[in-house]
Structures are given as structure tokens and as C-alpha cells.
Design a protein around this ligand. Structure first.
Ligand SMILES: Cc1cc2nc3c(=O)[nH]c(=O)nc-3n(C[C@H](O)[C@H](O)[C@H](O)COP(=O)(O)O)c2cc1C
Length: 351
């Protein structure tokens, strides 16, 4: 039987199938069930800055109620100190309860909270941190490069404060994703300050070396915006992906494999063992799955592992590293095929 073990950001995993950050991984019971079901690792539900602020605000209200002016400032600090206690407890308990790596996930807005909470998650025992970064670029006067700088700034701030590996999980909307990944993922003697204003101008970098991300998770599948016609109100679309959504994930895994300076994790649209095979052939170190677990139950992890191992046996691959990236652009004799966007009549077969 093929060996499914691998590493991801330096963590040793029994298999490359991770449970992605979602509500199933937001409780200790859920984490245990994922581990029992055979996941290689678990990414905990994200801790959102809104939760941190809510907890601080709740304490502030208490300060208002007591009417003590000094208490307000004290409790403001106290709130930040305690923060979402339950989340930190979850990290520690998860580490104590299951033998697989625990990756904590963080989504903040302000720079201070990114770093403060990354440090707290490390202290709580997380094996790694996934930065769930999603910036909605709606400011018409903000240049595209400035938006990219915000992603890099977050990574820099966190990487320079924690020792555990750090991955960044991003959505699919970038003008030049290859350039973003190049800047994000490679260690450099200098910060990748291609755009004016970042580092040199606004920040003291001192002698800090730019440390690239340890992992890149592509792509987050964000909340689907929709409109409810009956109620004339905003609503949301299907929270679960369909297997049809794998194509963009595969495309970018295959374009980045062997070029990005970090491990690649594929997510969105990976529903079956065959999908895992595709992601690894494209160049993924691991996959992160979510929708298929809601749709097919946690038993899907075993099925996917079996199908992955079965495919490897059938095709003569003893280890994942023997097949990883075989169908990446870097290893292709026809690299232009990975960049094809338009259907040619000849290829579509439906005209
Ligand atoms: C109910 C639900 C909750 C999620 N919560 C988070 C989250 O807290 N943080 C995060 O980074 N991704 C979150 N995601 C996104 C998933 O981690 C995953 O990246 C996405 O669903 C694509 O993978 P899939 O096609 O296997 O579903 C959530 C997804 C769902 C369906």
C-alpha cells in the first residue's frame, strides 16, 4: 500500500488530507471527530477580530456600568489580554486531545491584533498559524499594489513575532497572483518592497530579514453575496462548493508548483480521492477539505485516503513526493497549455 505520509510547513503528517477551517473544527468534539476520522491535520475555525472586539466591548460595558473611569482603560487592556478565551482554550485542549497537528486560524483587521493574537495562539500550543486574509478592495482611490502591501505587511508583522510556521490563506481575486506569491513566499535579504511607500517609507525595518510565508492556501471560498427577491433583501448563496469549482484551484497549483517559495495547500472544490490525486499531481503538498465533509460526512476522509492510495498503487507511485507536481507547468514540455484561457473550437468538442 502506498505511503501517504508527507510534511506540510515542516509538520509531519500521516496523510495530506486536512480538514479546512470551518464550524466542524470550532469545537473540541469536532476536532476529535476529525482526528478519529483520519485527517492528517486540522485547521481550527478562524478566530475573527469581530469576536475579539465583541469580548472587549462586553467588558467595556461592564466598566461603563460601574462608572469608574480608570476601569475603562484597565478593562480595555484586560479584554485584549483575555481575548476570546474559549478559542485559546480550544487550541490548548485540541493539542492535548489529538495526536495530529493543530493549525490555528486568525482573521483580523488591525495590525496590532494580528500580531497580539498570533503570539497568543503560539503560546496556547498551536503547531502553526494560518492567516485567513481577505481584503475587500472597494476604495476607488487605492492603487492595487497598496492592497498587496497590506497582505505582505500582515505576514511580515506576524512572521517577525512568532517561531511556529505561518501560512497565508487567500481568495482568488488578484491582478497578478504569480507576482503576489513571488513576493509573499520567498525569503529575502530585503523586504520585497517593489511598491513605493511600504517598509522604507512608513516603517522602520531595522535589520530584519524578510521571511516568506511557510505555506500558501489557495483559494478561500468566501461568503456568496446574493439577493432575496421576495423580501427585497440581501442574502447568501450556497456555502458549499461543488466539485466543478476545483478547476481554478488546480490551475494555480499547477502554475505555482516548484516556483513558489513555500508549501502549497489546495482548497475549494476538492471533494473526492480523485480530486486529491489531481491536486497533488498539480503540485499541492496537502489539500484542505470542507464542503465534502458536510455533504458526505466525516467518513469521506477514509474514502478519499483509500482512493488516493488505490490510485497510487495502480499507477506505481510508492510515495506522494514521486507524483507531486508531475503535471505542473514547471515539469511540462508544453508549459503554454497551463496558461490557456480561451476555448479553441477544436478543443471544446461541443461546437
Ligand atoms: C460553514 C463554513 C465555515 C467556514 N469557516 C471558515 C473560517 O472560519 N476560516 C476560513 O479560513 N475558512 C472558512 N471556510 C472556508 C473553508 O475553510 C474552505 O476553504 C472552503 O469551504 C473551500 O473548501 P471546500 O470546497 O472543500 O468547501 C468555511 C467554509 C464553510 C462552508
Amino acid at each position: 500500500m502506498a505511503d501517504l505520509s508527507t510534511t506540510y510547513m515542516g509538520l509531519a503528517l500521516k496523510n495530506p488530507i486536512l480538514v479546512a477551517s470551518n464550524s466542524l473544527t470550532g469545537t473540541i468534539d469536532g476536532v476529535r471527530r476529525c482526528a478519529e476520522a483520519g485527517a492528517g491535520a486540522v485547521v481550527l475555525k478562524s478566530l475573527f477580530e469581530e469576536q475579539i472586539v465583541a469580548e472587549t466591548d462586553a467588558l467595556n460595558q461592564y466598566a461603563d456600568y460601574t462608572g469608574a473611569a480608570e476601569a475603562y482603560d484597565y478593562i480595555q487592556g484586560y479584554g485584549m489580554e483575555l481575548g476570546p478565551q474559549d478559542y485559546l482554550k480550544l487550541v490548548t485542549q485540541a493539542k492535548q486531545s489529538v495526536p495530529i497537528p493543530i493549525i490555528a486560524s486568525l482573521n483580523c483587521i488591525s495590525s496590532k491584533r494580528w500580531t497580539d493574537y498570533a503570539i497568543k495562539l503560539e503560546t496556547a500550543g498551536a503547531d502553526a498559524i494560518e492567516l485567513n486574509v481577505g481584503i475587500m478592495p472597494t476604495q476607488a482611490k487605492l492603487e492595487g499594489l497598496r492592497v498587496i502591501d497590506q497582505y505582505l505587511q500582515i505576514l511580515f508583522d506576524v512572521k517577525s513575532r512568532v517561531k511556529i510556521p505561518v501560512a497565508m490563506k487567500v481568495g482568488p481575486y488578484f491582478t497578478n497572483f504569480a507576482n503576489f506569491v513571488d513576493r509573499l513566499s520567498h525569503d529575502r535579504a530585503e523586504a520585497p518592497a517593489y511598491s513605493v511607500g511600504w517598509f522604507g517609507k512608513n516603517r522602520e525595518v531595522g535589520n530584519l530579514t524578510w521571511k516568506g510565508a511557510d505555506g500558501l492556501v489557495l483559494f478561500n471560498r468566501y461568503y456568496r453575496f446574493d439577493i432575496d427577491l421576495e423580501n427585497m433583501a440581501l442574502t447568501h448563496g450556497n456555502p458549499f462548493s461543488s466539485p466543478n469549482e476545483i478547476h481554478y484551484t488546480l490551475r494555480w497549483l499547477s502554475l505555482l508548483a516548484g516556483k513558489a517559495g513555500c508549501d502549497l495547500a489546495g482548497t475549494t472544490g476538492i471533494h473526492t480521492g480523485q480530486d486529491v490525486v489531481k491536486a497533488i499531481l498539480a503540485g499541492a503538498k496537502v489539500v484542505q477539505i470542507c464542503s465534502t465533509l458536510y455533504l458526505n460526512g466525516l467518513e469521506q476522509i477514509s474514502r478519499m485516503k483509500e482512493d488516493l492510495g488505490g490510485w497510487m498503487d495502480e499507477h506505481g507511485y510508492a510515495k506522494l513526493c514521486d507524483m507531486r507536481g508531475k503535471l505542473s507547468q514547471k515539469m511540462s514540455k508544453q508549459p503554454e497549455h497551463h496558461e490557456r484561457l480561451q476555448y479553441l473550437k477544436l478543443l471544446s468538442g461541443i461546437e
